[in-house]
Design a protein around this ligand. Structure first.
Ligand code: GUN
Ligand code: ZN
Length: 412
């Protein structure tokens, strides 16, 4: 097939995030793609220029870039909305028993397949994902991600202390399994799959495990993800476990885990020194407002982190958060911080791409990026500018009518 045959034009209300305070509206707009890539977005009908292109008119529907979820737990997919209690009780009572089930590859396969189907059905086309401790289950997650065509940053969770028997790893085995997965999967599928070293949080990892991961990350440039300062009792526990360390962030820094390719989730209960340290190390922050609300963890000091120069993006943190929908994360982010819908959309798309270092490939509709986009049906509006607040305040998975990953229709 020649390239002319692969050109397509999609018409609708195109919304293109550009910055925390800048979004472009094209009403109507035309998204021109060629194969897997975006050629341009324009308000001028381009059909005369591309007479062979296939044309699709979405009328009043909205065309948005695919969402980027920068913090989500695949093995918690089957327990969304389950459980009461704050973080540590919730982990022990509901989460760890569910994750232990991923020792069974058949169960891992069933949930992984459904997870990626649902992720895409929600309009998310890129995600940073935690798996369970199990190496085969993590392999299965990578295979499922590749089959769905999404961009995925995936890691096997590491836990070598303070964990229940079924999830307690030997330090060396944990490291070897993670390195094997890194070597097997990092940059697989044309670079769309990345491995992320995933020490779960400082309470479930020994110092020696964290140091080894820090060393590997330094040597290889690998990504790292973990949790930081989510809950007051968790922070107290870390203080007791590491009495010699200056702070929670200081524990990770000592181990060499803080860098520009590190994504730390939550970051609620931090001192000014810790915030400065994270900024100095260029750590990326996954803001999980719905989870913070449902686990009663507190409110992330969004403006303080932003003022310190930190890069912040959104995460669903299922099953701490009860929804895979980035619409609902945007809504909760607005509630928690009073940010504008423009800023919430930026956090859910381009900021995530920047945090993951892939804003040359995804995050908005700039020419040459992947044609990852979603079509959304919201109720009638008076002006294009009003559509974005409706998207943020009243939309959810049910509004997503079609999802394209690199130009391929993956959900309808
Ligand atoms: N801290 C350590 N593990 C977890 C987890 O699975 N979810 C959340 N929200 N916080 C954590
Ligand atoms: Zn989490």
């Amino acid at each position: 097939m020649g390239t002319r045959d692969t050109r397509r034009i999609f018409k609708g209300l195109v919304i293109n995030p550009l910055a925390p305070d800048r979004v472009d509206y094209y009403d109507p707009g035309y998204l021109v793609i060629e194969g897997e890539k975006i050629v341009r977005i324009t308000a001028d009908d381009p059909r005369w220029e591309f007479p062979d292109a296939k044309f699709r008119d979405f009328n009043e529907k909205i065309i948005l870039p695919g969402f980027v979820d920068t913090h989500v737990h695949l093995p918690q997919f089957a327990m969304m909305g389950v459980g009461e209690g704050e973080l540590l009780t919730w982990l022990n009572t509901y989460t760890y028993p569910e994750e232990a089930r991923f020792a069974d590859p058949a169960y891992a396969e069933e949930i992984s397949t459904t997870f990626f189907d649902e992720l895409v059905a929600n309009g998310t086309t890129t995600a940073a994902i935690y798996c369970s401790i199990h190496e085969p289950a993590t392999d299965i997650a990578f295979i499922a991600a590749r089959a769905k065509g999404v961009r995925a940053f995936i890691g096997k969770v590491m836990m070598d202390r303070n964990s229940p028997p079924g999830l307690m790893e030997d330090t060396e085995r944990s490291i070897h399994a993670s390195v094997r997965l890194f070597e097997k999967w990092d940059n697989n599928d044309g670079g769309r799959l990345r491995y992320v070293f995933t020490p779960r949080f400082a309470a479930s990892c020994s110092i020696s495990l964290m140091h080894r991961v820090g060393q590997i990350a330094r040597e290889t440039g690998a990504f790292v993800q973990s949790h930081l300062a989510e809950n007051v009792n968790e922070v107290r526990w870390i203080r007791d476990l590491f009495p010699d360390k200056p702070s929670y962030a200081g524990v990770y820094d000592d181990a060499g885990l803080l860098g520009a390719r590190t994504i730390m989730a939550h970051c609620i209960h931090l001192s000014a020194e810790e915030i400065n340290l994270l900024a100095k190390r260029e750590v990326k922050i996954a803001f999980c407002p719905y989870s913070n609300q449902t686990l009663r963890s507190g409110t992330m000091p969004y403006r303080k982190l932003q003022d310190a120069g930190l890069m912040i993006s959104l995460g669903t943190d299922i099953a701490g958060g009860p929804s895979l929908s980035m619409f609902e994360q945007m809504r909760e982010a607005i509630r928690a911080t009073a940010m504008t819908p423009t800023e919430a959309l930026y956090l859910a798309t381009l900021a995530g791409a920047r945090s993951l270092g892939i804003s040359d490939h995804i995050g908005n509709f700039a020419a040459g990026k992947d044609a990852d986009f979603i079509v959304v049906d919201v109720k009638p509006r008076r002006k294009a500018e009003e559509a974005l607040s409706t998207l943020c305040l009243e939309s959810d998975k049910k509004c997503v009518v079609e999802v394209y990953v690199r130009g391929n229709l993956m959900y309808f």
